[in-house]
Design a protein around this ligand. Sequence first.
Ligand code: PLP
Length: 421
Amino acid sequence: MIYLDHNAATPILAEVLEAMMPYLTTEWGNPSSAYKFGSKLKSVIKTAREQVAELIGAHPMDVIFTSCATESNNAAIAAALKANPTKRHIITSQVEHSSVLNYCMALEKQSQDSPQSSQRSQRRDPRSVSVFSVPSVVNGSSDGYRVTYLPVDREGLLNLADLEAAITEETAVVSLMWANNETGVLFPVEKIAEICRSRGVLYHCDAVQAAGKVPIDVRKLPADYLSLTGHKFHAPKGIGARNLSRENRDVRRKSPFSPLVYGGHQERNRRGGTESVPLIVGMGKAAQLARRHLPDCGKKVRPLRDELEEGILSSIPNTELNGHKTQRIANTTNFTFHGIESEALLILLDKEGICASSGSACLADSDEPSHVIKAMKPDAAASRQMIRFSLGDATAREGIEVVVNAVKCQTAALRDVLSPH
Ligand code: PLP
């Protein structure tokens, strides 16, 4: 198998599994228990929290463990809205992950479904809570949450003037990702954070695809909330984290701690639910390793990604790169193969043992085109004809040539079948 879908999931590293094993076997107590067999696990959670904090330059107390980044993203936006009950406007982009887009759309829909607006919404077309079509730039109703979905250009870049223009007195929160999961395009998060800070608006950054790939230092990035997930940097699935800004103390006082999941006193009352000690330990260990490997991260993977990119673009006609050439994380490349349905090519590649994807794994069960490519290149066909390859530390040079040849053969075969004779 040649696995080129690391933006969907990464393998659990042997050291991570080793670190987790005691907590899956002998040390299975509940950290909230009064007796030592359970309570001693508190120190293990503390270590993992410190390790995750170190990866992002945060204070450990500001790291809250969650079940995944979807929860972290939802929780951050919810907390920001709760902190500003009179402000009803959210700004995000058309290319965010579904965990941000669908949450924003649910908030719009919720407000349309509210008793005050039900009469009005009956007259409107019901809005489907879906990211499968690119949301238009401004959606929502005057009596509920209004969401601005900022557009991107053909290279997937954001125009910061659009952000500046979209912020109003009503804006409660801006949610803009660090690195795009489909194209790898990097948003200028420091500048975004500065704009938000200068305009007095909370900023949430989905840093899921950036963690372990680019240096993150929340002391330099004045984001109020930052989301992470373990399974993108070699920890298991089912564990995420959310960071709260420490620097911005005024914001903290207002309501940064409002939980999404209410329950016990875990995570200092910020996220209820018995802590999954093995997963937390795994995320901590993976964060420690990711931090250690960060300086070398791009060095190995970038030349291989570039080789793959050049190989494909130079040998397969009618193929186009999606995403900015340089403003991108080092492991990701995304192509449109004109005239070829992504799914057909993916099936043929799968038969040859090559794993790639046609967008976010979270939307893979739908047959809808990529909303990211659609936002970049509104030509509907391009978004159905894209393939993402995302490399990892274990990607071997020999594999690149195999993939280029396989893509070349299969695209030629598909074009041959499809071309009118
Ligand atoms: N945000 C981005 C950019 C992602 O790529 C993903 C997962 O692919 C998520 C959020 C959601 O992460 P999780 O699966 O941990 O909920």
